[in-house]
Design a protein around this ligand. Structure first.
Ligand code: NAP
Length: 252
């Protein structure tokens, strides 16, 4: 069974590993190409956009893909919407792997924002020391609030300089520990944590560190993605794919 796996997430890497160990499946992992040196993967990898819905539908037909698995990051909404439309156009079954969002716990001080622009505004007009764990894609949005001092953690440093007078970059790749993040926040005197509700374990340490230190969190909520068949983990995706495999055998 030929599987196209849209990646760029922890779950996609875990699923690529499981698929590589299972002879029933021949998987290709697709990456957008945003990370300069992505981790080596145990399945065939392709990199770069498909060219919108039409390009992806064409790829699905040309490569005779049997199942499309969208395991992109929960904030990669454009790709996920394209996957829904392209799968329908090419009549390819689609499965999404989407980890649950983080939930506030009693005592947490979260301000919810519908998008990054609103989140940056929600931090307020008074200058604050802000930890940004939002990744590189939304970084330019911080320029709307130059009054703050930013501590920005990133995998790759930005290629284009940001118009912000007071910014410190911490170049690091998760997963991180709560202890590390508590130390980092104390060291820089962080007052507010700006985060996207990515969910999962790999980057939750900043939320737990904010909880431990009683810091407010400005949380960007997930973008809307139309409903589609969805599981939460790589293991559940394998079970779904195995069912798909069995029903294909039965129908032959
Ligand atoms: P996006 O806004 O949803 O997608 C923009 C375009 O990038 C898509 O239309 C597609 O181009 C291309 N693209 C995205 N994911 C792709 C994939 N896996 N394979 C091939 N092309 C892909 O996506 P994004 O938010 O820029 O995220 C890009 C990548 O980074 C994704 O793989 C995502 O999983 C990962 N990521 C994103 C975030 C985040 O916060 N957004 C965080 C961590 C990792 P075409 O239309 O030309 O096909």
């Amino acid at each position: 069974m030929r599987v196209l796996l849209l990646g760029g997430s922890t779950e996609a890497s875990a699923l690529a590993k499981l698929l590589a160990q299972d002879g029933r499946f021949e998987a290709t992992l697709s990456l957008a190409g945003r990370t300069a040196s992505p981790r080596a993967q145990p399945v065939a990898t392709r990199t770069g956009g498909f060219g919108g819905v039409e390009g992806l539908a064409r790829y699905l037909r040309r490569e005779r893909i049997d199942v499309l698995v969208d395991a992109t990051h929960p904030f990669a909404a454009q790709m996920s919407r394209n996957a829904i439309e392209a799968a329908a156009a090419a009549r390819t079954p689609l499965l999404a792997v989407e980890r649950p969002a983080w939930q506030p716990q009693p005592g947490d001080n979260w301000t919810l924002a519908p998008d990054m622009a609103a989140a940056v505004q929600a931090i307020g007009s008074a200058p604050r020391k802000v930890f940004s764990g939002i990744g590189s894609l939304a970084l330019a949005e911080l320029q709307a609030a130059p009054q703050h001092t930013y501590v920005v953690r990133l995998i790759d440093l930005p290629k284009v300089p940001l118009a912000l007078p007071d910014i410190v970059f911490v170049q690091a790749c998760g997963p991180f520990t709560v202890e590390d993040d508590i130390r980092l926040f104390r060291e820089h005197g962080v007052e507010v944590v700006l985060a996207k509700n990515a969910g999962g374990d790999a980057t939750v340490s900043k939320i737990e560190a904010a909880r431990a230190l009683g810091l407010p969190v400005t949380m960007v909520q997930r973008p809307f993605i139309p409903p589609r068949p969805t599981v939460a983990t790589a293991e559940e995706a394998m079970a779904w794919l195995a069912k798909c495999w069995n029903s294909t055998l039965e129908s032959r």
